[in-house]
Design a protein around this ligand. Structure first.
Ligand SMILES: Nc1ncnc2c1ncn2[C@@H]1O[C@H](COP(=O)(O)OP(=O)(O)O)[C@@H](O)[C@H]1O
Ligand SMILES: [Mg+2]
Length: 392
């Protein structure tokens, strides 16, 4: 087993394609780390650099204590599982699993022993004599997993291994991968674009965008304390609601005001924003944090008015799509109840559920501050925010 260390890693493909930008990441021995982000954000490139399948343009990569930038993939003690299984079609399951060991001239008896161990681990014994074309997609991916674990490598690398499976198999195989990790405790780096996979599998989740790391944190923290507006919007389904507006001070108390709403903010953690009224700000709140009330029950400073557009029943819960008077769309996840399109409602947002982000315009697309930073998270970490509109 081994730790993996990425220091200032960048990848520039020919044509000035900046796929990965100045990536710093320390992956603990035994950790299950997930790289997540939209298509094209640099996840596979990162993984392929760790595997040695892609040159590193800049930076230092270590596996354990060893710098491996120039080490051949075969000598890095890693095993990789791909989306498309990549099994040898002309070989049986047994031979597919034994292949890498044979190449390494492992003694025959030991190969048999390790193949038997891996097959048992994954319930593959009945399939050992078959060829890949006689297997279902799910079985093929189990064989690919078997082929990875049989070598007992120091690090597992997974690139979207579940993407070709149907929904049910995806969930089953996900649980299988989690169990394998619990039993083997092998350092694992797992790439997915699927936020649910990221949240359920990762000890730590690294959210990437445009080649940058936006946040590396526990699954719960990325959800509850997203570092910026990108992370906030990427994790969570339905996604977080955003309202553009500005800060205001009413009777000495800090609030958020937009065309549709005036909402009270928790004051205690926002001392440093005092005197920043009229500062442009984006308020964010998650769908499950909203409460729908009768318009007559509206509460000053806590509710905004909206009209129901569509409801999507999901069994015990439902998603309610709303529109404010100024035309902003919001979504609320709430307990299932009869609610008709066209009905006017008061949407309650409690102060503690409001995230505050800098507007997007700050910074530019070439820098990681492009997406509005989460001001409360910065404050909780003691990071000073430049004042924008200090009052006299
Ligand atoms: N071999 C390549 N040559 C040039 N550009 C590439 C190559 N591979 C990937 N890219 C580009 O690098 C960026 C990151 O790609 P990739 O790492 O595959 O993203 P992801 O796995 O997150 O979808 C994309 O813009 C992609 O088009
Ligand atoms: Mg990819």
């Amino acid at each position: 087993m081994a730790s993996v260390s990425l220091q200032g890693i960048s990848k520039i493909y020919p044509g000035e394609v900046h796929a990965v930008r100045d990536l710093d990441l320390e992956i603990r021995d035994g950790e299950f780390l997930v790289l997540v982000g939209p298509s094209g954000c640099g996840k596979s490139t990162t993984l392929r650099m760790i595997a040695g399948l892609e040159n590193i343009t800049e930076g230092t990569l270590k596996i354990g204590d060893r710098v491996v930038n120039d080490i051949h993939p075969r000598d890095r003690d890693i095993a990789m599982v791909f989306q498309n299984y990549a099994l040898y079609p002309h070989m049986t399951v047994r031979d597919n699993m034994a292949f890498a060991l044979k190449m390494r001239k492992v003694p025959k008896a030991q190969i048999e022993e390790q193949v038997r161990w891996a097959a048992e681990m994954l319930g593959l014994e009945p399939l050992l004599g078959r060829k890949p074309k006689a297997l279902s997609g799910g079985q093929r991916q189990r064989v690919a997993l078997g082929r990875a674990i049989v070598r007992k490598p120091a690090v597992f690398l997974f690139d979207e291994p579940l993407s070709n499976l149907d929904a049910k198999l995806r969930v089953e195989t996900r649980a299988e991968i989690k169990r394998l990790h619990r039993e083997l405790k092998t350092t694992t780096i797992y790439v997915t674009h699927d936020q649910e996979e990221a949240m359920t599998l990762g000890d730590r989740v690294v959210v990437m965008c445009d080649g940058w790391v936006r946040q590396a944190d526990s699954p719960l923290n990325t959800y509850r304390k997203p570092a910026d507006r990108f992370v906030a919007g990427f994790l969570g389904m339905p996604p977080m609601n955003f309202l553009e507006g500005y800060l205001e001070t009413v009777d000495g108390k800090l609030g958020f005001a937009s065309r549709d709403a005036r909402l009270r903010l928790d004051e205690a953690p926002l001392d440093w924003l005092r005197g920043e009224s009229r500062r442009p700000i984006v308020a964010g709140f998650r769908p499950e944090c909203l409460e729908l009330l009768d318009p007559a029950e509206g509460i000053e400073g806590q509710t905004l008015e909206a009209t129901v557009q569509i409801t999507e029943p999901l069994g015990s819960t439902m998603d309610v799509y709303l529109q404010t008077a100024s035309g902003i769309r919001l979504v609320c996840r709430t307990a299932a109840s009869p609610l008709e399109a066209g009905k006017a409602v008061a949407v309650q947002v409690l102060p503690e559920n409001i995230h505050l982000f800098d507007p997007n315009e700050q910074g530019d697309s070439k820098s990681p501050t492009y997406y509005g930073r989460n001001l409360r998270v910065l404050e909780s970490r003691g990071i000073a925010i430049p004042r924008l509109c200090t009052e006299s």
